[in-house]
Write a protein that binds this ligand. Structure first.
Ligand code: ZN
Length: 800
C-alpha cells in the first residue's frame, strides 16, 4: 500500500500475489450493486440490452417453439400427444435460461406480452413436473426409451451425460430470478418441490453421485438465498464434495478425476469447469470453506497464466469443448465457446466479491467486452458458438444452433450486465466497469446517488458524480484496469510491447486529490458532499500486446488493444481483402477514428502496413498497404472472409499471396468443393501432415467414395511433375492419407492416367512427388481414396 499525494502519476502494478483471506461466514464480504439498482445511460451497452429484449429473447422463444423445446413441456404435461421433439436431453435448460433472461429484462422494460408468455411457460413447466417433483421432460415423455445418454431409470447416468441435474440448476436460477422480478411464487414453488426431491435422493448415505455437467451448485445456492432453506446449500456442497468420491465414473472431462479441493489445473470441458469454480466460490462464501478458496485460486492461476486467450476466452479445443495444455492456444481453431466466456465472467466476479482484488475484474472485463460480445451480433439475431481468433473465411454467424446453449445463455446474460459495474462493502464503493450509468446506494446511513458520465469504451474520460443526501465519509475504489497500467493480464502470458506514454490521471473536483493504491484500485477516502465529482482520465493509447513465446501460434505476431477492446483485422477493411499476408510493425502508431455508421458506431484504428506476395522464383516481396482494424466483437457482420487478432510482424510469419505458378493460376474444382479448397494452391507448405495452423482442405464428413481435385489451366500446358502434401490428423481427427490415389491429365475431352500411387498409398509428413513423361494437358485431376471410415485432405498440390 503506497500513499500518493497529489495524484496524477499512477504507475500501477498488478497487486502482489497474496493468499485470499477466508471469506466471512454467511456471504461474500463485498456485495454487487444489483442491476435492478443500476440504470445504464450509455450508447454502447444500452443498445445491446435493448436489442436483447426486443430481438434476442423473442427469437429464442420462437426458435424454442419451432424446434419442439416448448412442445416437450406440453407433451410431458399431457397437453399434447407425441414423443420428445428436440435433439438433446438438456434442451429443457434453454427454456429456463430464456425465462431467467426475461425476468432480468422485464425489470428494465416492463412488457406485458413477454410476461404473459413467461407465465404460460411456467404453467407448462408445472404441468411437466411429475407428482413427486421430478422434472425432466425427456424421461417423463419417453419412459424407458429415452435418449441414449440418460439411462433407463432416473439418475442412472447422472454423472455422465443425462443432464438431469444440469437442467435443474438452470431451472432454479430462472425460478429465483422470475420470482424476484415479479413476486409470482408459482415458479419458485415448482423449484422447491424439485429441489426437495433431489435432496431426498442425493446426499451422504443416500445416492452418492455427482452431476456430469455442473450447474446445479449455482442454482441451489440461489435457491438457498431466496428461501433460507439451508438444505439447499448443504446439497450444493454435497455435489462438490462427492465429486470423484461417490459411485460415478471419474473423468477429468467433467472435473471429477480427483476431489475438487485437490485440483490445481484447469482441465476438461471449459463450461463445466467454470460453472463448478463459480459454484465453489459461492459455497465457500457461504460456508467459509478455505479449501475451496485455495483450490479455485490455484486453478485460476493455471487459467490466467497459461490457458487464457487475449479475448478473455477459455477452452482451446473443440474436440472436448475445453482446455488444452499449458500455452496451447491456437487461433484458427480456438474454441472459446460463448458459454465459457459467460462462465468466466461469473467465476471472476465471485473471485472479486471474495477478495476485492481488481485483477479478477480485469479478466471479467476482457471476457465481457471481447469474447462474450463476439457471441452475439449487434442486431441480436445472429450468434457464434465458438469464437476463434482467426478465420480463413470459413466462419459465419448462425441464426440458431441444434445445441442452443450459447444463444440462450446470451439472452440471460446481457440484461444482467449492469450487475458488474458497481459493488459495495460497508463504506467502500467500488467502481469496477466504466459505463455511463446511475445508481442509488445506501452507505453509512446516507442516501448516495452515484452517476458515471463517460463515452467509454471509445473515450477515456470518466466523471463519477457523487451526491450524498448529507455529508458522508466513504471511500471510492476506482479500478485501474490492466490495459491502463503495466500488464494486460496478471502473470506473463501476455505483455505490452510498449510503455504507457500518459499515466492515468485522477482528480476530485478538478483538484489533486489524495488517494492510495490498493489491490488494483485507486482508493479515495474523504468526506463527500453533494455535487462532488471524481474525474478520471484513462489513456486510450493503442497498446501492442505480445504473447509468451511458448504460444506457438503467436510467435512474431502482435495484437492491438485500445481501452478494454481487443482489435482484429478483417477482410472488408483491407484494400485487397487480405489479412493473412499482412505485416505490421511492432512500433505501429495507429490513428483512432470514431465511425458512427459502422456497426452502431465504433472506433477503428488505421495505420500503414505491408502485404507480402511470392514472386515467380518463389521469393517473397512486400508492398505497401493501408490497414484498418475493428474491435474484435464486430467481426463477421459483413460477409465471410479473412480475420485475425494476432497480426504478423515479419514477412516469414505472414502468408504471402501465391506467386504466378501453373497451380496458382488454375481454376480449382473438386468433388467436394468448400471454402477451404483455396488452401491447395496457396503455396503455404505445412510443417507436417497434421499441421492445423496452416490452411488445408479436407473431405470430412464424406467417406467411402472417390474424391477428386482438378486444376484447369488457362491454356494447354506441358506437365511432367506433380507433388502433394497430404493432410492427416491422426489420431485425433478423421482424416488420413489416401490408401490409393491416381493422377489424370486431360487431352481434348479425355482423361488419361499418368501416374498412380504405390501399394502404400500416400506419403505422410513430406511431399508425395511423382514425375512422368511430358504430356500436354488442359487440366490435371488428382483422384483419392481414403482408408476405411476415414476422410482425407490436402495441404498443398503442385503441378509443373
Ligand atoms: Zn454454449
Amino acid at each position: 500500500m503506497k500513499q500518493f499525494l497529489p495524484i496524477l502519476m499512477v504507475l500501477l502494478m498488478a497487486s502482489c500475489q497474496q493468499k485470499a483471506p477466508a471469506p466471512n461466514q454467511n456471504e461474500y464480504p463485498i456485495q454487487p450493486v444489483p442491476f435492478t439498482e443500476v440504470r445504464v445511460t450509455d450508447d454502447f451497452w444500452s443498445q445491446r440490452i435493448r436489442t436483447n429484449h426486443e430481438v434476442t429473447i423473442p427469437i429464442a422463444i420462437q426458435k424454442s417453439e419451432e424446434t419442439g423445446r416448448i412442445d416437450n413441456f406440453r407433451i410431458a404435461g399431457g397437453l399434447k400427444e407425441g414423443i420428445f421433439r428436440s435433439p438433446f436431453p438438456f434442451d429443457d435448460s434453454d427454456i429456463y435460461k430464456i425465462i431467467e433472461g426475461a425476468a432480468y429484462s422485464l425489470q428494465m422494460f416492463p412488457d406485458a406480452e413477454m410476461e404473459a408468455t413467461v407465465d404460460s411457460l411456467v404453467i407448462l413447466i408445472g404441468l411437466a413436473q411429475e407428482d413427486d417433483g421430478y422434472l425432466f421432460t425427456n424421461r417423463t415423455i419417453m419412459g424407458e426409451n429415452g435418449h441414449d445418454w440418460i439411462g433407463k431409470t432416473r439418475w442412472e447416468k447422472v454423472d455422465d451425460l443425462s443432464h438431469e441435474l444440469y437442467n435443474l440448476g438452470h431451472f432454479y436460477e430462472s425460478a429465483v430470478a422470475y420470482y424476484q422480478a415479479t413476486g409470482k411464487r408459482e415458479i419458485l414453488d415448482i423449484a422447491i418441490k424439485s429441489a426437495d426431491l433431489v435432496d431426498k435422493v442425493f446426499g451422504h448415505g443416500k445416492l452418492e453421485n455427482w452431476p456430469g455437467h455442473q450447474e446445479i451448485e449455482i442454482g441451489l445456492v440461489k435457491l438457498y438465498r431466496a428461501t433460507g432453506e439451508k438444505r439447499y446449500l448443504d446439497l450444493a456442497k454435497f455435489f462438490l464434495d462427492v465429486r470423484s468420491d461417490g459411485i460415478g465414473r471419474k473423468n477429468s472431462y467433467n472435473q471429477s478425476h480427483i476431489p475438487v479441493v485437490e485440483q490445481s489445473e484447469a482441465l476438461g470441458h471449459s463450461v463445466r469447469g467454470a460453472y463448478m469454480w463459480t459454484g465453489m466460490a459461492d459455497v465457500a462464501a457461504l460456508t467459509g470453506d478455505q479449501s475451496y478458496v485455495d483450490a479455485i485460486g490455484r486453478i485460476w492461476e493455471d487459467v490466467v497464466y497459461r490457458k487464457l486467450y487475449i479475448t478473455g476466452g477459455i477452452g482451446a479445443e473443440g474436440g472436448h469443448e475445453g482446455f488444452g495444455g499449458p500455452y496451447e492456444l491456437p487461433n484458427g481453431k480456438a474454441y472459446c465457446e460463448t458459454c465459457a466466456a459467460i462462465a468466466n465472467v461469473f467465476w471472476n466476479h465471485r473471485m472479486f466479491l471474495m477478495t476485492g482484488d481488481a485483477r479478477y475484474m480485469d479478466i471479467l472485463e476482457r471476457s465481457l467486452y471481447n469474447n462474450v460480445l463476439s457471441g452475439v451480433g449487434v442486431s441480436g439475431d445472429l450468434f457464434f458458438y465458438p469464437n476463434p481468433l482467426e478465420s480463413n473465411s470459413q466462419h459465419q454467424r448462425s441464426e440458431w444452433f441444434g445445441c442452443a446453449c450459447c444463444p440462450s445463455n446470451i439472452s440471460r446474460f446481457i440484461p444482467s450486465m449492469p450487475n458488474y459495474i458497481y459493488a459495495l462493502k460497508d463504506n467502500s464503493v467500488y467502481v469496477n466497469l466504466f459505463v455511463a450509468s446511475e445508481t442509488h446506494l445506501h452507505v453509512g446511513g446516507a442516501h448516495l446517488d452515484v452517476a458515471q458520465e463517460t463515452q467509454m469504451p471509445w473515450d477515456g474520460k470518466v466523471v463519477v458524480k457523487v451526491n450524498p443526501d448529507k455529508p458522508l465519509k466513504a471511500d471510492f475504489h476506482i479500478r485501474i484496469p490492466g490495459w491502463s497500467s503495466e500488464n494486460p493480464v496478471p502473470g506473463d502470458l501476455y505483455t505490452f510491447a510498449d510503455a504507457l506514454a500518459e499515466p492515468v490521471k485522477i482528480s476530485v473536483n478538478g483538484k489533486a486529490a489524495k488517494f492510495e493504491l490498493l489491490n488494483g484500485y485507486a482508493v479515495i477516502d474523504r468526506k463527500w458532499k453533494a455535487g462532488d465529482q471524481i474525474e478520471v482520465e484513462f489513456p486510450m493509447q493503442v497498446r501492442k500486446i505480445l504473447s509468451h513465446p511458448e504460444i506457438a501460434a503467436n510467435v512474431d505476431r502482435v495484437a492491438l488493444q485500445r481501452g478494454p477492446l481487443v482489435y482484429c483485422a478483417e477482410w472488408p477493411d483491407l484494400p485487397d481483402s487480405l489479412v493473412s499476408n499482412l505485416v505490421v510493425s511492432r512500433e505501429v502508431q495507429p490513428e483512432a477514428n470514431f465511425e458512427a455508421g459502422l456497426l452502431n458506431g465504433m472506433v477503428t484504428l488505421s495505420f500503414d502496413a505491408e502485404g507480402t506476395r511470392r514472386t515467380a522464383d518463389g521469393s517473397v516481396e512486400t508492398y505497401a498497404k493501408r490497414a484498418k482494424v475493428i474491435p474484435y466483437y464486430g467481426w463477421a457482420h459483413r460477409g465471410k472472409g479473412e480475420m485475425a487478432v494476432w497480426l504478423p510482424t515479419t514477412k516469414e510469419s505472414s502468408s504471402p499471396i501465391p506467386g504466378p505458378t501453373l497451380s496458382s493460376t488454375s481454376v480449382v474444382k473438386a468433388s467436394h468443393p468448400t471454402d477451404a479448397l483455396k488452401a491447395v494452391n496457396d503455396q503455404v507448405v505445412p510443417e507436417s501432415s497434421g499441421d492445423e495452423n496452416h490452411p488445408f482442405y479436407h473431405t470430412w464428413p464424406r467417406r467411402k467414395q472417390t474424391e477428386w481435385i482438378e486444376y484447369h489451366f488457362t491454356q494447354p500446358t506441358e506437365v511432367t511433375t506433380s507433388r502433394v502434401y497430404w493432410f492427416d490428423d491422426e489420431p485425433r481427427g478423421n482424416c488420413r492419407i489416401p490408401e490409393k490415389w491416381r493422377l489424370l491429365a486431360r487431352q481434348g475431352s479425355l482423361w488419361k492416367e499418368v501416374a498412380v500411387s504405390g501399394p502404400e498409398g500416400g506419403k505422410k509428413d513430406a511431399w508425395d512427388e511423382v514425375t512422368f513423361p511430358a504430356i500436354t494437358a488442359s487440366a490435371m485431376r488428382l483422384e483419392m481414396n481414403f482408408p476405411g471410415d476415414f476422410s482425407g485432405g490436402v495441404h498443398e498440390w503442385e503441378v509443373k
